[in-house]
Design a protein around this ligand. Structure first.
Ligand code: UD1
Length: 353
């Protein structure tokens, strides 16, 4: 079996780092392509270097742009690449970015069976481009590899039960695979002088927070009210939005950090504040509670016992949530029925190719 995998944005490099070795172990040949959606070294290259993912054989260099331009550019270039290098038995896409949707449409229209890893995740917020990307990708997939039981329920409701396979979350696989390497490569003292549990870790990159000045200022005002320093590795888009924002003294802005460094910062944080779905899950797996800087989440499992609280961009709600504590134990999140999700994905592909 020969699959073509398309990645392009930061979290997809991590997911591929978990799945690619499992494909190899199962004897599946993989051709890995980079769409070029993320091109800064700190958002892209560092992940391949640190995680030992083989470098993509090709970079489509689609870059940034409007949704239509970015998605369209990736589609045109991927279609050409597949025509030149195919045939492939399957295309694999991850998550919910414009790269995901572009890969899905090219595969579906080229009649190549599509595998969607992280299928069935829903925010039920159609204003998020990611929600549109997820729903359309799921609709045209042959294999829907769902990370959670809630994702399975969502797919059942959309009439996609026949294609759905609960495998667990490949980001949980990645956490298991890379936690020890993170400790070794990035001990906490190499990243900050703050002690374990002596800081909040925050990320902000969703357009709903970065592109509305009032929301971004509210978030920073809330940070300023918190009793510990805030370590804030910053996405380039957020950095560009900061020029009119007042930044409190306890906020330490950093360049984006690598996945392994982020694992160390997350596992040692007092609490995480984020609008990222991925970081929210990682915090949960490390037993760190999380303030979600959005009105909703794709992982409502984490609400149980207040391990996560949605605070949106409301200053008082963010402060209140950040000062609160979980009220009981965690539930299971992303654990697959056969253990590691990545191996189950590889086996399922082989079985039904
Ligand atoms: C994308 C995904 C988002 C995911 C995030 C992970 C979509 C619609 N969004 O958001 O779901 O959570 O990746 O990090 O696909 N930029 C750079 N350098 C880069 C890439 C981007 O400076 O290497 C800047 C550009 O100004 C660009 C902006 O960031 O216009 C947004 O980049 P884009 O790829 O459109 O989306 P992300 O916000 O990164």
């Amino acid at each position: 079996m020969h699959v073509c995998t398309l990645v392009g944005a930061r979290p997809q490099f991590v997911k591929a780092a978990a799945v690619s070795p499992a494909l190899k172990e199962a004897g599946i040949k993989e051709t890995l392509i980079h769409s070029g959606q993320h091109y800064d070294t700190l958002l892209s290259q560092v992940f391949f270097e640190e995680l030992g993912v083989p470098a993509p054989v090709s970079n489509l260099e689609a870059g940034s742009g409007s949704h239509a331009k970015q998605t369209g550019d990736i589609m045109v270039r991927l279609e050409r690449f597949i025509e030149e290098t195919g045939p492939y038995d399957a295309v694999i896409v991850y998550g919910d970015t414009n790269t995901t949707l572009a890969g899905a449409l090219v595969a579906a229209k080229g009649n190549i069976p599509l595998a969607h890893v992280e299928a069935g995740i829903r925010s039920f917020n159609w204003l998020m481009p990611e929600e549109i990307n997820r729903i359309l990708t799921d609709r045209v997939s042959k294999w829907l590899f769902a990370p959670t039981e809630i994702a399975v329920e969502n797919l059942n409701r959309e009439g996609l039960a026949a294609q759905t396979i609960l495998v667990g979350d490949v980001m949980l696989d990645a956490t298991h695979m890379f936690a020890a390497r993170a400790k070794e490569r990035w001990p906490l003292e190499s990243l900050t002088h703050h002690p374990p549990k002596g800081y909040f870790l925050a990320t902000v990159h969703r357009p709903s927070n970065t592109d509305i000045r009032e929301n971004l200022q509210n978030i920073f005002n809330a940070f300023g009210e918190l009793p510990l320093p805030i370590i804030l590795p910053l996405h380039p888009r957020t950095k560009a939005a900061l020029k009119d924002i007042t930044i409190p003294d306890n906020v330490e802005i950093r360049a984006p950090v690598s996945y392994l460094a982020m694992l160390t910062l997350t596992s040692n944080a007092h609490r995480v504040l984020t609008d990222s779905g991925g970081l929210q899950k990682e915090a949960y797996w490390f037993g760190v509670s999380c303030v979600i800087l959005r009105e909703e989440t794709e992982y409502p499992e984490t609400f149980e016992n207040n391990w996560s609280v949605c605070a949106g961009a409301d200053q008082a709600s963010i402060v209140k949530a950040a000062m609160g504590k979980p009220t009981g134990p965690q539930c299971r999140l992303g654990e697959g029925p056969e253990g590691r999700a990545n191996m189950m994905i590889a086996r399922s592909l082989l079985r039904s190719a």
